[in-house]
Design a protein around this ligand. Structure first.
Ligand code: PLP
Length: 361
């Protein structure tokens, strides 16, 4: 077998090896069916089992009750930037948005097409290096929902606890830290996540929505844009992304087998600590870009003394098998994305490389 690299890309991102190997084993003929998952009808018995299992396992992982619908949609998190306001803004036609990075800004852009957006807080003037404090949030108690981004993939900040929003439904873009720990789903009206960062291949978007919110979806919406239609049709109104749902389902089983999300969280904290400690004990050679208490466990951003060294660092790392370390083009620097599937050994090897690089440069 060919050797695999350490993939530190922000997304599409690394998947668990066990999942890839299992999918490979079943790729040509899925469990004796004589065809691959990609080739079978989404209405057939086998795929029906696959999507039902995926949903059941996701419900188990997050203890999702019957008062929530679980949807597997397409269009990425980006389509949710539109679907959320189209479905949930009426009848008040206003919503609060907490802006902590580029993705949040993009969600605001779409929401403004639907109604009035109140920016409840933004840290843009500080280059998004921190998460706003609860006391800074200017929330409207009578608004349709509050939208926030739990992990800011580009800047490398993450909410430790969700904002407190009273009785207003909380909506979360969890694309880059979904299932990295257990969250209390009952605090949320809606959570959405594009799969390609932490739970599967690009193409699937998971939406978890409190059922009473489905009543807000107007019949006048275009059919695909309507959450209620997707819920009534068990994500099968049209052809879903069958292979993506299959792989996400394998990832859910992988998480359950490992001991669930509390165990995953422990491992994620452990991995992030190794890397942040390496940054913080480098005598200032490596500098974290984010306020310490808001640092992401998923996307770890840091700088070297100058851009020339950063370029050299990325090039040499790549030769040693660490790929995807270049920071987002809008911010530069280094970004190590160490999602659920990234192994601890890879983090240890990366810190050893960082130590060597510092000595030699
Ligand atoms: C990647 C990302 C998106 C965009 O996802 P697409 O699937 O490309 O639409 C949105 N929000 C966050 C937080 C992301 O990390």
């Amino acid at each position: 077998m060919e050797k695999r690299i350490y993939n530190l890309s922000a997304g599409p991102a690394i998947l668990p090896e066990e999942v890839l190997l299992e999918a490979q084993k079943d790729l040509y003929s899925y469990k004796g069916s004589g065809m691959s998952v990609m080739e079978m009808s989404h209405r057939g018995k086998i795929f029906d089992g696959i999507i039902k299992d995926a949903e059941a396992d996701l419900r188990k992982l997050l203890s999702i009750g019957d008062n929530y619908a679980v949807l597997f949609l397409q269009g990425g998190a980006t389509l949710q930037f539109s679907m959320v306001p189209l479905n949930l803004m009426p009848p008040k036609n206003k919503a609060d948005y907490i802006v902590t990075g580029s993705w949040a800004k993009k969600s605001v852009k779409e929401a403004k097409r639907v109604g009035a957006v109140n920016i409840a807080a933004t840290t843009e003037s500080e280059s998004f290096v921190r998460i706003p404090k609860q006391s800074e949030l200017k929330l409207d108690p009578d608004t349709s929902y509050v939208h926030f981004t739990s992990n800011n993939t580009i800047y490398g900040t993450e909410w430790r606890n969700e904002p407190e929003v009273g009785n207003v439904p909380l909506v979360c873009d969890a694309s880059s830290d979904f299932l990295h720990k257990k969250i209390d789903i009952n605090k949320y009206g809606l959570v959405y996540a594009g799969a390609q960062k932490n739970i599967g291949p690009a193409g699937v978007t998971v939406v978890i929505i409190k059922k009473d919110l489905l009543e807000r979806s107007s019949d006048s919406l275009h059919t695909y844009m309507n959450y209620k239609i997707h819920a009534e049709n068990d994500s099968m109104y049209n052809t879903p992304t069958t292979f993506g749902i299959y792989i996400a389902g394998l990832v859910f089983k992988w998480l359950l087998n490992m001991g669930g999300l509390d165990e995953m969280y422990k491992r994620n904290m452990d991995k992030a600590k190794i890397l942040y400690d390496a940054i913080d004990t480098s005598g200032g050679y490596y500098k974290g870009t984010i306020v310490a208490e808001d640092r992401s466990l998923m996307n770890i951003t840091y700088r070297l003394p100058n851009e020339e060294l950063e370029k050299k660092f990325i090039d040499e790392a790549k030769k040693k098998g660490f790929d995807g370390l270049k920071g987002h083009r809008s911010v530069g620097g280094i970004r190590a994305s160490i999602y659920n599937a990234f192994p601890k050994k890879g983090v240890e090897d990366l810190t050893a490389f960082m130590e060597d690089f510092k000595k030699n440069n």
